[in-house]
Write a protein that binds this ligand. Structure first.
Ligand code: AHR
Length: 627
C-alpha cells in the first residue's frame, strides 16, 4: 500500500476561512455558558411558556418577613422588560429580598477577583431604600464583603457596585436585601466577572471564549440552527406584551440589555439575548473570524415545517435583513450604522456573507421566499454572498429538490447539514469529488459523527481530508454543535463541554483545532495504490418490532458502547424521525408513539443511522391488546 504525492502539481486553493465554528444557543451555550452573566433569570422573565418547570422566580428564593413577589404591571422597567420584583417592606432589621443560585451548582467566584454588580431599582420611601448585596456559598460561608447601596426616588435608576471574592467557590448565592419600609421595586439583578474575554463589559466567559479563539476559526456562523427559523415570525408586540416563541429576530438583541425582550428558546429554555448581534459581531472580530449570520426566511424548519404567507411580514423581514447589513457595515451616519457606533463600534464589522434560512423541509416554499431576500440584498449590496441551504438531510428527495432549485437559481453557496455514524464519514470521503465544479459552492454548516469518542474524531479527521481535497467546491465547513453545558444538554455530541467553573474540549475539538491551525494554501494532489476498505461491526438503523393490534411506545433510548446517547425520544414532540414497516397507522397520543391496526409484524425504525456502535436498546413498550 503506497501513496504517491507530486509536489510539482497543484490542486485546489484552500481559503483561509475554510474551517470555522457554528455557535448556536443550544445546551445553554449562551446564558449559563459563553455569556458571562452569573445570575440566572436576572429580569424575572422566565415563564412556563419557555419551559413547563419554570416560574418567574426560577433560580431565585425569597427571604425576610416582608413580601417579595414578581409582578407584571404598569410599574415595570420598560415595555420589553415587563416583570419585576416588588418588595413590600415591613420595617424589620433583617429586611426582605431574594437570593439567586446561578447555574449548575451555583455562582462561581475566584479568590481575589472582582465581580461587577448592578440592579435597576425604584422606591416610594422618602428616605430611600438601603440595599445590601452579599455573596455567600450554599453552606453560608461569606464569599465577599457585602456591598451597601441606597436606591432613591420612585423612578427606575441603575445602581452599581463591585464585590471582591475572598475565597473560591462554585456554589455561590447572590442575595439582595432591601431594608426599611415602603415598597421597593427591583429588576435586572446582574453580576458579571470583571475578567471577561478581552475585558469587555456585558462580555463573554473567558475560558470558553479562549477555547474557541484557540481554534483560530476562519468564520463564525451564528445564531443557529433551529433557533433561527422556528416559532412565530411576528415581532415582539409591545401593546399586548406578547413576547414568547419568536423566531430569532436580530433587532430584538441589540441596544441596552435591559430593553432586550427575552424569548422562549426553541431548545426549551429562556434566552435573555444579553449575547446578541452586537456581541456576536464583536466576538467574531476579536477572534479574527468572518461573521456569518443566519436570518429566518419565513418558512420554519426543525419539524415545524410551516410557510408563513404574509406579504407585509415578508417585506418587513427582508428590510430587517438589509438593516442588518447596514448595522454591520454602514457608515455611522446611516440609521443602523449609528446604532452600532452608539453601542461602541463606529468601525464596520466587514460582513461579507449572510445565510438566509436553515434546514427548511419545504424547498419550494423556501425558495419562493429566498429569491426575494436575495434579490433585495443583491440590489442594495451586490458584494454580499447570500447563502441558501439544502434542507435537513445529506440525500433524499427534499435534498435533491433543494439542490435542483439552488442550481436553477444559480445560488452562490448552499449550506448542507448532516449528522451520521463514524462509519458513514469514513465511507463518504469522496462525497464532493463528483460535485459540479460549475455549480453552487458548498458551505458545510453543520456536521458531526454521533459521538465524542476518539473513533468519532478520527472519522471526522478522515472526512475532512475529503473536504480539503475538494476545497474548490467546499468553501466553508463547521462542526456542530459547538458548546454544551453538561447539566443542560439537549444535543450530544458537542465540541466543547463545560459547567459553571470548568471547560474541556472533546477529541473532536482537537481534530478541529488541528485542521484550523494548519490550513494549507493549496491541495497537493496524491494517489494511493488502493483505498483501505471500511467495515463496521454493526450496520443498519435502530428498530423495534412488535406484532400487536395496538402498541404504544414511550421513552426509547439507544446508548452507544461508550455511554453516549445516540438516540432518545420521549415522544413529547415530533416523531418524523421514525418510519415504520408492515402497515397499520401511527400517531403521537399523550406523549406516546401509538401504532394501531397492525396486521402483521410491524417494525419502527429510526431514520438515524447508528451503525458502527455496539448499542444497548432500552424500550418501555406497552402492549395494549392483540397478539
Ligand atoms: O446543531 C443542532 C441542530 O441541528 C441545529 O439547530 C439544526 O440546524 C440541526 O438540525
Amino acid at each position: 500500500y503506497s501513496i504517491t504525492v507530486d509536489p510539482k502539481s497543484t490542486g485546489a486553493k484552500i481559503d483561509d476561512t475554510m474551517y470555522g465554528v457554528f455557535f448556536e444557543d443550544i445546551n445553554r451555550a449562551a446564558d449559563g455558558g459563553l455569556y458571562a452573566e452569573l445570575v440566572q433569570n436576572r429580569s424575572f422573565e422566565y415563564s412556563t411558556a419557555d419551559n413547563g418547570s419554570y416560574t418567574p422566580l426560577t433560580s431565585w428564593a425569597t427571604q425576610g418577613s416582608g413580601t417579595a413577589k414578581v409582578v407584571n404591571d404598569g410599574g415595570r422597567l420598560n415595555e420589553r422588560n415587563r416583570n419585576y420584583l416588588r418588595v413590600d417592606l415591613d420595617g424589620t432589621d433583617a429586611g426582605t429580598g431574594v437570593v439567586n443560585s446561578g447555574y449548575n451548582t451555583g455562582i462561581r467566584v475566584e479568590k481575589g477577583k472582582k465581580y461587577d454588580f448592578s440592579v435597576w431599582a425604584r422606591t416610594d420611601s422618602a428616605d430611600g431604600t438601603p440595599l445590601t448585596v452579599s455573596l455567600a456559598s450554599s453552606d453560608g460561608t461569606t464569599l465577599a464583603p457585602s456591598l451597601e447601596l441606597t436606591a432613591r426616588g420612585d423612578k427606575w435608576a441603575k445602581y452599581t457596585g463591585t464585590l471582591t471574592a475572598v475565597t473560591d467557590s462554585t456554589a455561590g448565592r447572590l442575595a439582595v436585601t432591601a431594608h426599611g419600609s415602603g415598597t421597593a421595586r427591583l429588576d435586572m439583578i446582574s453580576l458579571f466577572p470583571r475578567d471577561t474575554y478581552k475585558g469587555r463589559p456585558n462580555g463573554l466567559r473567558k475560558d470558553l471564549a479562549e477555547k474557541i479563539a484557540a481554534l483560530h476559526p476562519g468564520f463564525l456562523r451564528f445564531p443557529g440552527g433551529c433557533l433561527v427559523n422556528t416559532g412565530s415570525m411576528e415581532g415582539y408586540d409591545e401593546a399586548s406584551g406578547w413576547q414568547r416563541k419568536r423566531s430569532y429576530q436580530w433587532k430584538d438583541t441589540i441596544g441596552p440589555v435591559e430593553q432586550r425582550a427575552t424569548n422562549a428558546n426553541f431548545w426549551g429554555y429562556n434566552q435573555s439575548y444579553g449575547l446578541g448581534y452586537y456581541e456576536y459581531f464583536q466576538f467574531a472580530e476579536d477572534i479574527g473570524a468572518m461573521p456569518l449570520p443566519v436570518v429566518p426566511a419565513l418558512v420554519t424548519g426543525c419539524g415545524q415545517n410551516k410557510a408563513t404567507d404574509d406579504d407585509a411580514l415578508l417585506k418587513r423581514h427582508i428590510q430587517d435583513t438589509l438593516d442588518l447589513i447596514e448595522f454591520a457595515n454602514g457608515p455611522v451616519t446611516s440609521e443602523w450604522g449609528k446604532k452600532r457606533a452608539e453601542m461602541g463600534h463606529p468601525r464596520p464589522f466587514h460582513l461579507t456573507h449572510i445565510g438566509v434560512g436553515n434546514e427548511e423541509n419545504l424547498p419550494n416554499e423556501f425558495f419562493a421566499r429566498f429569491k426575494q431576500f436575495r434579490a433585495a440584498i443583491e440590489a442594495k449590496y451586490p458584494d454580499i454572498t447570500v447563502v441558501s441551504n439544502s434542507g435537513p438531510d445529506d440525500s433524499g428527495s427534499t435534498f435533491d429538490t433543494a439542490w435542483k432549485l439552488n442550481r436553477e437559481a444559480n445560488v452562490d453557496m448552499v449550506d448542507e447539514h448532516y449528522y451520521n455514524s463514524p462509519q458513514w464519514f469514513l465511507q463518504n470521503n469522496d462525497r464532493y469529488d463528483s460535485y459540479d465544479r460549475n455549480g453552487p459552492k458548498v458551505f458545510l454548516g453543520e456536521y458531526a459523527s454521533w459521538g465524542n469518542a476518539f473513533k468519532n474524531a478520527l472519522a471526522e479527521a478522515a472526512y475532512m481530508t475529503g473536504l480539503e481535497r475538494n476545497a474548490d467546491v467546499v468553501k466553508l465547513a463547521s462542526y456542530a454543535p459547538l458548546l454544551a453545558n453538561e447539566d443542560y444538554v439537549q444535543w450530544s455530541p458537542d465540541m466543547i463541554w463545560f459547567n459553571n467553573h470548568a471547560s474541556w474540549g472533546s477529541a473532536n475539538y482537537e481534530v478541529q483545532k488541528l485542521f484550523m491551525n494548519n490550513v494549507g494554501d493549496r491541495v497537493v494532489p496524491s494517489t494511493a495504490t488502493t483505498t483501505p476498505s471500511v467495515t463496521a461491526p454493526i450496520s443498519g438503523a435502530v428498530g423495534l418490532s412488535t406484532w400487536a393490534t395496538t402498541a404504544a411506545y414511550d421513552d426509547v433510548k439507544v446508548t452507544g458502547e461508550d455511554g453516549t446517547t445516540l438516540l432518545s425520544d420521549d415522544f413529547s414532540g415530533d416523531a418524523s424521525k421514525w418510519t415504520h414497516t408492515g402497515g397499520g397507522s401511527w400517531s403521537i397520543q399523550d406523549g406516546q408513539y401509538v401504532q394501531t391496526d397492525v396486521a402483521a409484524e410491524n417494525t419502527m425504525v429510526s431514520a438515524g443511522d447508528t451503525s458502527w456502535h455496539d448499542y444497548d436498546l432500552q424500550v418501555k413498550a406497552t402492549k395494549k391488546s392483540g397478539k
